[in-house]
Design a protein around this ligand. Structure first.
Ligand code: NAD
Length: 492
């Protein structure tokens, strides 16, 4: 199968370009070939989006929302198919694949509801016979750049608020996961979305991403990916005076206090650390544990980690799938070496798995380090794999300090049964998302999603907050006095 761009409602190919193989990380099988587009493709897509946007902005928002209801319905109808494609292409286990597609469905219905809200404000004027209000106005053409680890959910967090608010978009998916974008293009088409509202251009970040950011008709760039790439996107976007929304890396921690329900904490840690093979932006990669329960927690984690079956995510009994590719495997393994050199104690894992059925895929053993100190590189840098570091602390204050002592700020969690500790923690943990008695993953789409410090630049995906990225505030004053009334002056 050859994946070509979706531009102006058509599958478009212009010029001779290269195609790159899309591989199943579970077994190395080639699934498709994807177009490595050029700046010319981006120009074509932006022209279509500019043209469509003028009409789209005039379609009443509830009518725009009807398309989202239909997109949600189609996603629901095709949920199993989409989940299967997702698992084949990206590797996460099928149950998580279904969950991710569900997140997209939830987002479609939630943002469709915004079609009848998109609330602005009405407010009294300081002058007599004058009316004041603010409304959300669409911005124009937006560029969406997404990562491979949530190939459909993140795109829905961005494209659905953009659609309902009256924008048109060009989506550049990650090179590793174009098939989900291809499936979504088919759904946009089937839902009857007018041509040019949704455009998909496949290709590399350096070529297609850069061309999108530099294009003068693209007014907003919404990016999710690594902090390293996000910085480049922000620099280039800043030079072109773009509104740039960034959702980037994480180094998320679960805090386990001495009064915690340890069995529950172990379940939360396993799900957050090893789900999606540790390749979630919210993955738990540090466990900050009170010294009184450290030994017990270590023992319980080790016992439970033995039950984590590893293999092809399409097998319903498998708990951990492969990592995305060979480079990811090498990066993760290099961190195991770093941890050992730094003096951390490797309790289990720390090796590539390549025997038997795992031979052709990219698998890494769930890995647990203990006696990690907060400044070690394995406790500071995003590894993006199934590797967890246990850090011992003596108090809640110290736990919070360790949690906050990294350059990222996406998600954190505390396990405790002490209401005072819990409330202090939710106040003082410097992350965009805080969980109490649950792991670091599990965001729901109607709340804002994003982080502080090196994780973000103040914007949020999801929730009503997402609308802030795709709308401008417009303040409107209507003077019905029939005379000149000067603000701040004719107020008596
Ligand atoms: P990445 O930064 O390598 O790539 C992300 C996207 O940016 C891809 O589409 C890529 O092609 C594109 N890109 C690469 N170079 C570019 C450039 N110079 N200009 C424009 N675009 C460019 O990230 P990844 O490996 O795909 O994803 C993993 C990262 O994403 C992790 O750091 C993870 O924490 C982060 N992430 C964050 C969130 C969040 O919401 N905070 C969610 C998911 C993933």
């Amino acid at each position: 199968m050859k994946l070509t761009n979706f531009i102006d409602g058509n599958w478009q190919e212009i010029g001779e370009v290269e195609y790159t193989a899309v591989l199943n990380p579970a077994n190395g099988e080639q699934l498709a070939e994807v177009r490595m587009s050029t700046k010319d493709d981006v120009d074509l897509a932006v022209a279509a989006a500019v043209n469509a946007q003028k009409k789209w902005a005039l379609v009443p928002a509830p009518k725009r929302a009807d398309y989202l209801y239909e997109i949600g319905r189609l996603m629901k109808e095709k949920k199993e198919h989409l989940a299967q494609v997702l698992t084949k292409e990206m590797g996460k286990v099928i149950e998580e694949g279904r969950g991710e597609v569900q997140e997209g469905i939830d987002m479609a219905y939630y943002m469709a509801g915004e079609g009848r809200r998109l609330f602005g404000e009405t407010t009294p004027s300081e002058l007599a016979d004058k009316f004041a209000m603010s409304v959300r106005a669409p911005i124009g053409v937006v560029g969406l750049i997404t990562p491979w680890n949530f190939p459909v959910a993140i795109a829905t967090w961005k494209s659905f608020p953009a659609i309902v608010a009256g924008n048109t978009f060009i989506w550049k998916p990650a090179t590793e996961t174009p098939m989900m974008a291809y499936e979504m293009a088919k759904i946009f088409d089937e839902a009857g979305l007018p041509a040019g509202v949704a455009n998909i251009v496949f290709g590399s970040g350096s070529e297609v991403g850069t061309a999108l950011i530099e294009h003068q008709d693209v007014k907003v760039i919404s990016f999710t990916g690594s902090t390293e790439t996000g910085r480049k996107v922000a620099e280039l976007g800043g030079r072109h005076l773009k509104k740039v929304s960034l959702e980037m890396g994480g180094k998320n921690a679960v805090i386990v206090m001495e009064d915690a329900d340890l069995s529950l904490a172990v379940e939360g840690i396993l799900w957050s650390a090893f789900g999606t093979a540790g390749q979630r932006c919210t993955a738990c990669s540090r466990v900050i544990v009170h010294k009184d329960v450290k030994k017990d927690l270590e023992k319980m984690l080790l016992e439970q980690m033995e039950n984590l079956t590893i293999g092809d995510g399409l097998d319903e009994s498998v708990k951990i799938g492969p990592v995305i590719n060979k480079q990811a495997l090498e990066k993760i393994h290099s961190y195991t070496k770093v941890g050992q050199e730094e003096g951390a104690k490797l309790l289990v894992g720390g090796n590539v798995l390549n025997e038997g059925d795992l031979e052709k895929g990219y698998y890494y053993a769930p890995t647990l380090f203990t006696d990690v100190t907060p400044t070690m590189r394995i406790a500071q840098e995003e590894i993006f794999g199934p590797v967890v570091s246990l850090i011992e602390v003596s108090s809640l204050e110290e736990a919070i300090e360790v949690n906050n002592g990294v350059k990222f700020g996406l998600s954190s969690s505390i396990f405790s049964n002490d209401v005072n500790k819990i409330f202090r923690a939710q106040r003082d943990l410097d992350t965009g998302i805080v969980y109490v008695n649950a792991g670091t993953t599990g965001a729901e789409i109607h709340l804002p999603f994003g982080g502080t410090k090196g994780t973000g630049n103040g914007h949020r995906d999801s929730g009503v907050a997402a609308l802030d990225v795709y709308t401008e505030w417009k303040s409107i004053y209507v003077d019905f006095s029939g005379k000149l009334q000067r603000a701040q002056i004719d107020t008596e």
